[in-house]
Design a protein around this ligand. Structure first.
Ligand code: ASP
Length: 340
């Protein structure tokens, strides 16, 4: 390969194509269908991928899979094979997907397969089960034509792991999104072309008004080998009830599992709460278990109801999410939070 081409390719990594976007704190949070919303700043590009399906009249389930695949295929700390490993140096992936008819599929502790969300969808569509884990999940994936990949850690993960090994201490990190104010123009990607964010959750409503969602992650970095978080658990990391709404979460999975987080959010919407109120109630339920402890970790919920209204709430400031609809083109919102 010519030096010039290599140089241009390297340059392309440094100057990612960023859609026009802005951060809004106060705005009418509703849209007409179709609509897609996704966690974190990187959700802008996740939504773009999902939009290629939605704008063409495609189904929400295909859109959320496409959005999830997009982020799984990029190098970042927290989703896909490029993510940070567990304490023993293994990248283990968790993901789940749910459609508008209560069909759901989930995969946990999956290694060396690039697109866990697509494996989850295959489980949903071709097996009598909802969830497969570990070697069984991998065996199933291989039988479906998925390939073994990612035997080595990404460069970024190698660096992070080496750093972590210096102390080998496990402490939950409070995730604060890079972009903190509307004046900041920090792009969705870091300078080396990688993302810095957390679990990716996406919920979408298609032209038909049907809802679906997907959630995908490499889990908490430096977790115990075998640990599974909220992200592949239906009702914790993701829940969809096509009559009511859909919700997803990001953050300290153990705390989300404890309160069946996204199921709680959807149930609150069923009782008439707005998406943001429903997320706030779920966050408060976590915080009130132990308010002092809750200062040490982050959980953010994101929800969309059947009317196209959306909203989020987090424990700590710094939980952003992105929205794409015919009305909102690459908009990033800052979620309100329990601690200010
Ligand atoms: N929810 C993920 C987990 O607990 C990680 C995260 O979003 O920070 O595995």
């Amino acid at each position: 390969m010519s030096k010039r081409r290599t140089f241009i390719q390297q340059l392309a990594m440094l100057v990612p194509v960023i859609p026009v976007w802005k951060i809004l704190e106060f705005k009418d949070k509703s849209a007409t269908k179709p609509i897609t919303i996704a966690t974190w700043d990187s959700g802008v590009e996740v939504n773009e991928a999902a939009w290629t399906v939605l704008s063409d009249g495609g189904k929400a389930i295909d859109a959320v899979e496409k959005g999830a695949n997009f982020i799984e295929n990029t190098i970042n700390c927290c989703v896909g094979l490029g993510g940070n490993p567990d304490r023993d140096g293994f990248v283990t992936l968790d993901a789940c997907i749910m459609d508008d008819k209560y069909n759901c599929g989930s995969v946990a502790f999956l290694q060396n397969i690039r697109n866990p969300i697509s494996v989850a969808r295959k489980i949903m569509e071709t097996t009598p089960h909802v969830m497969l884990v570990g070697d069984g999940a991998k065996k199933f994936a291989l039988s479906q034509g998925f390939k073994i990949e990612g035997k080595r850690l990404s460069k970024q993960a190698q660096k992070e792991y080496k750093n972590w090994l210096k102390t080998s201490q496990y402490k939950p990190t409070v995730n604060i999104e890079q972009t903190q104010s509307s004046k900041s123009k920090v792009p969705a990607r870091l300078q080396d072309g990688s993302y810095n964010h957390d679990t990716m959750g996406i919920v979408a409503m298609d032209q038909n008004g049907d809802l679906s969602g997907a959630c995908t992650t490499s889990g908490m970095g430096f977790k115990m080998h075998g640990r599974v978080g909220d992200s592949p658990i239906i009702g914790a990391g993701l829940y969809v009830d096509n009559a009511i709404g859909a919700a997803t979460s990001s953050g300290q999975g153990e705390e989300v599992i404890r309160i069946c987080g996204t199921h709680t959010v959807v149930e609150m919407m069923r009782l008439g709460k707005s998406p943001e109120e429903a997320c706030r109630i779920a966050v408060e339920r976590i915080v009130l278990i132990n308010p002092e402890k809750a200062r040490l970790f982050q959980v953010g919920f994101l929800a969309l109801n059947k009317q196209g209204e959306y909203g989020a709430y987090a424990i700590q400031p710094g939980f952003n999410y992105a929205v794409k609809s015919n009305k909102d083109d690459g908009v990033i919102f800052k979620s309100d939070s329990y601690f200010k």
